[in-house]
Design a protein around this ligand. Sequence first.
Ligand code: NAP
Length: 324
Amino acid sequence: MKAIIFTKYGLPEVLQLKEVGNPVPKDNEALVEVYASSLNAADLETLKGAFVNRITAPFKPKHKIPGTDLAGQIKAVGNNVKQFKPYDEIWGDLSFPLASGAFAEYVCVPEDALRLKPASMTYEEAAAIPTAGVVALQNLLSNRPIQPGQKVLINGSGGSVGTFAVQIAKHFGAEVTAVDSKEKLEMLSLIGADHVIDYNQEDFTKNGQHYDLILDVVVQRWIFDYKRVLALDGIADMVGGSLPRVGLNILLGKMMTGKQKIGLTAWKPNKKEDLNYLKELFEAGKVKPVIDRAYSLEEVPEAFRYLSEGRAKGKLVITVKHKS
Ligand SMILES: NC(=O)c1ccc[n+]([C@@H]2O[C@H](COP(=O)([O-])OP(=O)(O)OC[C@H]3O[C@@H](n4cnc5c(N)ncnc54)[C@H](OP(=O)(O)O)[C@@H]3O)[C@@H](O)[C@H]2O)c1
């Protein structure tokens, strides 16, 4: 089969399309023909060998085939697989338990990591949702339920996680402020943001507003900046960004008095209930993945380049064609 392979950390140039052996399912696994996958910021961090990746694999990548989000069709099942049969259409997130492997024509996946794809979703839509949708949902809802009318600000809202977060927060009735670069603001208004801020023109921590919840996808600020714009019992949830800053903010947050909270939500990838909930929101027309572009398997390095330039509006999808 064809697969995207990387054997050393680096820029998108280290990614190669190669012919590798077809995977064979173990007893508890299904062989999936991959039809679509998508890119996440975490894939880029893994490619470059970010600090978290180097903890377990300091010199070269542990898993050679990248790609976590998956939508496709089951081709064969191992002896002990009970929930699926050939031709079932599935979706899921390989972050758990496999780590990656979706940028390929086929992948073997433990059956517990898969679920049936709703017929209402295209493969591309199904591949765009699992990682980013679940991260957005868990970070928005893990602290306390959002009440209608509450002010929610999403910093770094124009990418993978943020475009889901804006729509989910709107679904709960929040007044949403979306912060990102100028090019993404029109799209953010179209998906429901009540207010948009170009971060190159305005510092949301100095505009005199107060927010009940701040979701920061690109943490570049200190705890004191958040405190200034949080409501008296407001919460700032740090989704991603500068690791030392996130760590120090958490440490300082523990010393904080008052009702304001600053923290991080531990991500539980591929959680069944969360994907089911996102499916319900999708079917009700409340949440739709924003898909900027689709690339073929051959074009994966190009997709990584586009993502690393910060140009993607929402999600970049990879579609995998098979000879019929
Ligand atoms: N907490 C967890 O458990 C967990 C789990 C999975 C992933 N993550 C992390 O979550 C993050 C997810 O990001 P993503 O996939 O949504 O990234 P993304 O698609 O790259 O989106 C990030 C957005 O932030 C914008 N941005 C950049 N600098 C900004 C600034 N200073 N102010 C405001 N916006 C800015 C970018 O736009 P421009 O480039 O145009 O500026 C882009 O639209 C990653 O860091 C990932 O590692 C966390």
